[in-house]
Design a protein around this ligand. Structure first.
Ligand SMILES: Nc1ncnc2c1ncn2[C@@H]1O[C@H](COP(=O)(O)OP(=O)(O)OP(=O)(O)O)[C@@H](O)[C@H]1O
Length: 269
């Protein structure tokens, strides 16, 4: 479904600098690819390149075949049409993803109407249905809220619903749980898994959290300094890491878990 071949992203000013080099992967229908890497490793640039969201200061080389069309040679109009309708993105920060001046309902309905011929009533009904499916309650009153009236966890779930509403073939979730607490994180992950099962949507799940990636992804791609250092079956990568960098990430994670365990065990009940 998505085949990325040798994606290279560079910035041209003040001097040419390659930020992402030769990234390749294949994502099949209803599969999840986890992209793992430390801050600055090139995860967001990779996702933004796929979704046509890089600014003009960047240059792109390579090929992104999505159902046999090359995303990188499409016109801006074709890309805009595809965004939301065929490829949806869930951003890192729910607080900045919504316009603070409009209610959630207004923003959602407008998005749906941009991509369909639905009436306002039909679009509202559809969005309420999806909100309910992602386990949100009192959905009619949610529509009347402004973003600042809702918690980060709630907004994140609404963003998941918005990403889903047009039944895209692919959802790109770029660190979708960074800005929210542990409980909401688990809820969002559950919802993304549910979505995959319900709609057969493919997912690119970006994170620097190894345990979240191991939980949700079929395949994982580990990035370091703009390059892929490891790519393969998630279980295989985490149990038998081949690259030094993946081993370092796995060991760091294990050290943290062990430290947590020993602190908990040393606490009197
Ligand atoms: N607008 C920009 N101008 C110059 N360099 C940039 C720009 N955006 C990103 N970079 C650089 O590109 C590299 C990759 O950035 P990217 O945002 O893709 O990393 P990331 O892995 O998503 O990090 P994080 O987990 O912190 O979001 C970094 O070195 C970053 O400093």
């Amino acid at each position: 479904m998505l085949e990325l071949n040798n994606l290279t992203v560079a910035i041209e000013r003040p001097v040419h600098r390659e930020l992402v080099s030769n990234v390749s992967f294949t994502l099949k229908e209803d599969q999840c690819l986890g992209i793992l890497g430390e801050s600055g490793s090139g995860k967001s640039l990779t996702c933004n390149a796929i979704n046509g969201l890089l600014g003009e200061q960047f240059s792109i080389a390579g090929e992104a075949k999505f159902d046999d069309q090359d995303l990188f040679t499409m016109t801006p109009k074709q890309r805009r049409q595809m965004r939301g309708e065929t490829i949806s993105m869930i951003m890192q920060s729910p607080m900045t993803a919504f316009n603070p001046l409009f209610t959630i309902g207004n923003q959602a309905i407008e998005t749906i109407q941009q991509h369909s011929a639905m009436s306002r009533k039909e679009a509202t009904e559809l969005f309420c249905d999806v909100l309910t499916r992602v386990n949100l309650k009192s959905v009619q009153s949610l529509l009347k809220k402004y973003p600042h009236e809702l918690s980060g966890g709630m907004l994140q779930r609404i963003m998941v619903a918005l990403a889903l509403v047009l039944k895209p073939k692919l959802i790109i979730a770029d660190e979708p749980t960074t800005a929210i607490d542990y409980i909401s994180q688990r809820e969002v992950i559950k919802e993304l898994q549910f979505v995959r099962e319900q709609f057969g949507t493919s997912l690119i799940f970006v994170s620097h959290d190894l345990s979240l990636v191991s939980h949700i992804a079929d395949n994982v791609m580990v990035m370091n300094q703009g390059r892929v250092v490891e790519y393969g079956d998630t279980k295989q990568v985490f149990t038998h890491p081949q690259s030094e960098h993946t081993r370092y990430l796995v060991d760091t994670r294990m050290a943290l878990i062990n430290r947590f365990k020993s602190v908990m065990e040393s606490q009197p009940c």
